[in-house]
Design a protein around this ligand. Structure first.
Ligand code: FES
Length: 381
């Protein structure tokens, strides 16, 4: 079988090395940058059972998956999280919990430790209670701070994830100071990606170039100050770069996501692309879904790439960028990602960036994540 068909990957073996289980789309928070589908509530009654998730885990290990992220929604909303972690650990996964921290009380943390959980990624939006609570639409700041202290006290390796956007980007220095005091060793400043809820709120969330440059300088100052005590991860968002990101390391290359209802996807966003056939682990084996399904084969490898990607010397670095962003901004997932300056649709990004003004002026309130369906089409005029 040609390499591309095995699943072009960095290791060349075609294995879904990174498995993300979206255990649920339920969540106590209402973040305006949530990457869950706008109609997330349609899937709530269809969540896989404990036994079904265990079968997914087994089949994924058989396929060679090693790294496992339990995510959501808020995975702590599932009462069987500890059971699933214990099972995953027993069959050899390196388990990560990706959480808002809401619900991560002492009892659950102890149980997760006993179950073999290896690492926790905690999202924190700011060091200021009022701001965090306003951003996430709930009184969550104190719970997040408590969760951070507890995670450290229990000795878990921890990644602090700060989703970054216009409202909080100027607080990156404060976050470094707070995290250093707590002894956190790794912060990921995750400039948000504009899909789903974030795209709906893009005009209000997108930072200015000036803010990005300032944030980068702040991160570099803290890197110099903290040395090896802390690793700070900050990548300039693709809206401000000339080349697209190598999204998911290529479609169907090493990432496999299972949605709450069992649909297998190459990335967490791919449901936004119409016309693709989304199939579930309820009907198909994971091996078939990964190796054979039309969905995973559609944009796998390099043969399908359009121009200008096909003749570009950088195609093996970025694989033409992100399929979901290509669809959302151009109407066709098979186009070059407009984050690339060679894309004929690049103006759709440059115009969005040009609109950003500083000091902050908000044209409209943020749309909070909620179950009331928001119908919108993302393609720009
Ligand atoms: Fe789906 Fe990039 S988020 S391919």
């Amino acid at each position: 079988m040609p390499k591309e068909e095995q699943g072009l990957s960095l290791d060349g073996q075609g294995k879904p090395l990174w498995l993300s289980l979206e255990l649920t789309y339920r969540c106590p928070l209402k973040c305006s940058w949530c990457n869950n589908p706008l109609n997330f509530d349609d899937y709530t009654s269809q969540e896989l059972s404990t036994q079904e998730w265990m079968r997914v885990l087994r089949e994924a290990r058989d396929l060679g998956a090693l790294q496992l992220g339990f995510t959501g929604g808020e995975p702590l909303m599932r009462d069987d999280l500890e059971e699933l972690v214990a099972y995953a650990d027993s069959i050899g996964f390196y388990t990560n919990l990706i959480t808002s921290g809401v619900g991560l009380n002492e009892e659950r943390l102890v149980a997760l430790k006993a179950a073999g959980l290896k690492q926790i990624q905690l999202s924190v939006q700011s060091t200021r209670a009022e701001m965090t609570d306003a951003l996430v639409g709930a009184r969550a700041h104190a719970l997040k701070m408590d969760a951070a202290r507890r995670i450290k006290a229990h000795g878990f390796p921890m990644v602090l994830n700060m989703p970054v956007f216009k409202q909080n980007i100027d607080l990156i220095g404060e976050m470094c100071e707070w995290a250093a005091d707590l002894g956190i060793e790794y912060i990921e400043f995750a400039n948000i990606q504009y899909y789903n809820w974030a795209l709906l709120n893009r005009d209000e969330l997108l930072p200015s170039l000036e803010q990005i440059r300032q944030a980068e300088a702040t991160v570099n100052e803290w890197r110099a100050k903290l040395g090896k005590r802390m690793t700070l991860y900050f990548v300039v968002p693709d809206y401000f770069e000339d080349r697209p990101k190598a999204c998911m390391n290529g479609w169907g290359a090493i990432h496999l996501t299972i949605a709450p209802d069992g649909v297998a996807m190459p990335c967490q966003e791919s449901r936004v692309i119409p016309g693709l056939e989304f199939e579930s682990v309820r009907e198909r084996s994971l091996a078939w879904l990964w190796h054979e399904s039309p969905l995973f084969r559609k944009y796998r490898g390099l043969d399908w790439l359009p121009e200008p990607c096909q003749s570009c010397s950088e195609k093996e670095k970025d694989f033409g960028g992100c399929r979901c962003q290509a669809f959302l901004l151009t109407g066709d997932a098979g186009n070059t990602d407009p984050a690339c300056s060679r894309s004929p649709f690049r103006h759709r990004i440059t115009e969005a960036v040009k609109e950003v003004v500083r000091p902050l002026r908000f044209k409209k309130p943020l749309v909070k994540r909620s179950a009331s369906a928001v119908s919108t089409t993302f393609m720009e005029e």
